[in-house]
Write a protein of this length. Sequence first.
Length: 219
Amino acid sequence: MSWKPERQIEIVAGTPPGGGLDRSARALAAAMKADGLLDVPVEVVNIGGAGGRKAWEHVERYAGDGHVIGISSPNLTVDYLTGVARSDPDRFVPLAIFYSEYIAFVVRADATIGSGADLLRRLAEQAGAVTIALATSLGNSNHVAVAKVIRQAGGDVGAPIIRVFDTASDAVTDVIAGRADVAAVTATSAVPELNAGRLRTVGISAPARLPGPYAAAPT
């Protein structure tokens, strides 16, 4: 007989409300409720901080308990491999992969970085003078995307100043405030500010053009 929950299901998101993992968790919870998939309540529990590591420490306390599940990202594996987290990914059971996220490189609307070519030139010639904001930890998929772009440009991947935030929205705010030159964030995280005209996209990691505010963004 397949397992059935006996009490409330908790979906643990490693970012505060509004973060990328939080939006994923809430979309999943909403789908479960809308389709009547469960006979028990489903709630999202936000445990932000430490690049999502606090959330996984929380999930580990419920080993063998299917009532507590987490929304993951590559951070879980990278943090363990780099030694900044104690949570061994092999101790968690992957249930499903629902989607892929693309990383958008965005700048202020009035930024001197006018295009992807401008960004590549800056990273090749003076990478140490470029400040990049991202979430939620060093070594995550956003940071890897940044490193791949710098390597493509022929620059030093360790040279730029990296500012790390608990949520992508905070990284976007850092760019708007003029403290960072570029934000490398999940594409959905920048949409409100793109629509408001406060940001421009200079590149996105998608293999093909995306619709909406990214229709003109180079891939």
